[in-house]
Design a protein around this ligand. Structure first.
Ligand SMILES: NC(=O)c1ccc[n+]([C@@H]2O[C@H](COP(=O)([O-])OP(=O)(O)OC[C@H]3O[C@@H](n4cnc5c(N)ncnc54)[C@H](OP(=O)(O)O)[C@@H]3O)[C@@H](O)[C@H]2O)c1
Length: 292
């Protein structure tokens, strides 16, 4: 585990530090706070182990805990609900308890999948959650385990330089031949982990309480996003074939919200710079992912 420096600034501990968001949060904190960050990956800090969480926080004494660890494979959560609960619900409660006990401010990352997707306008923080998958239910339970003074950041459709996001997955198939079926009836705001990390670091540094929806601006269906990835990467966007979720073969175990665009106006009203449009973010992400 990397150690915090002695510079006297704010010290952060990042859980899930090897995940696609965690790596960007660690990098951003290092850049802005001169290295004072504990980057704790799954092996170093298994959040479902309450004793390990307490021990690591007591040993490292961060001012802020940025909780990025989660079981994010939505279909795996559906197949293994006990594991999903242990990581996303109990794990978050463990982190919240240890942060409170050591006086650290908690920033907890959550998801658009706490909503059922039946809305016809972007969801605000005041809209009642109603998750339709085990992933969404366990993430919501995690939110509810956080104290009122915590920061909760809900976001959507993350992609970054790691292999697990939707954008890298489509990019890997950019120069295949044949059609690429992608669902057209799921809609949200694709979000670049590096842009989100900037916002998270700002909220964390301010130890800002409350729930904030933070995504790149604009919205797209998965079909539109896949077309844009191919267009920017020099592939043929017309290879992307629109299908419905019901046509997925094999069907996915977990239901997804059809519409989970998040209204970011509370974040902007709190004085933070909104994230750029998702198309702008995509160009910057693909430039980093392009083979050199
Ligand atoms: N991905 C999205 O589209 C999306 C959308 C909305 C919100 N979010 C939220 O954003 C946050 C970051 O997600 P991400 O996209 O960066 O996911 P990710 O790439 O899957 O990273 C999650 C990290 O958590 C780790 N982890 C899993 N179980 C753990 C445990 N028991 N203890 C400690 N660490 C554990 C994983 O390690 P291993 O891989 O080694 O298990 C992984 O490094 C999560 O809270 C997620 O719910 C994600």
């Amino acid at each position: 585990m990397s150690r915090p420096g002695d510079q006297g600034g704010l010290r952060a501990l990042v859980t899930g530090a090897a995940g696609q968001l965690g790596v960007e949060v660690v990098a951003r904190w290092r850049l802005e706070e001169q290295g004072a960050v504990v980057a704790a990956d799954h092996r170093q800090l298994p959040v479902d182990d309450a004793q390990a969480v307490t021990a690591v926080l007591e040993q490292t004494r961060p001012h802020v805990v940025i909780h990025c660890a989660a079981l994010t494979d939505v279909d795996r959560c559906q197949r293994e609900p006990e594991l999903a609960r242990a990581v996303n619900a109990v794990g978050t409660a463990n982190v919240a308890r240890a942060a409170a006990a050591t006086g650290a401010h908690l920033v907890c990352v959550s998801t658009d999948y706490v909503f059922d997707g039946r809305a016809t306008r972007p969801y605000t923080e005041a809209d009642p959650p109603n998750p339709i998958s085990v992933y969404g239910q366990t993430k919501l339970a995690g939110e509810r385990a956080c104290p009122p003074e915590a920061t909760i950041v809900r976001t959507s459709w993350l992609s970054g330089i790691g292999p697990s996001g939707f954008v890298p997955a489509i990019l890997r198939r950019a120069h295949d031949t044949g059609s690429l079926p992608v669902v057209v009836d799921q809609r949200a705001s694709p979000t670049y982990t590096a842009d989100l990390a900037r916002a998270i670091v700002e909220l964390a540094r301010d130890r800002r309480s409350g729930c904030f929806h933070v995504t790149n601006a604009g919205q797209a269906s998965r079909y539109e996003l896949a077309r844009e990835v191919l267009a920017v990467a020099g592939g043929d966007p017309d290879r992307v074939r629109p299908i419905t979720t019901a046509e997925l073969d094999p069907p996915r175990p977990a239901p997804r919200p059809a519409y989970s665009v998040l209204d970011n106006s509370a974040f902007a009203a709190a004085g933070y710079r909104p994230l750029p449009d998702w198309r702008d973010a995509l160009v910057r992400l693909l430039a980093r992912l392009a083979p050199r």
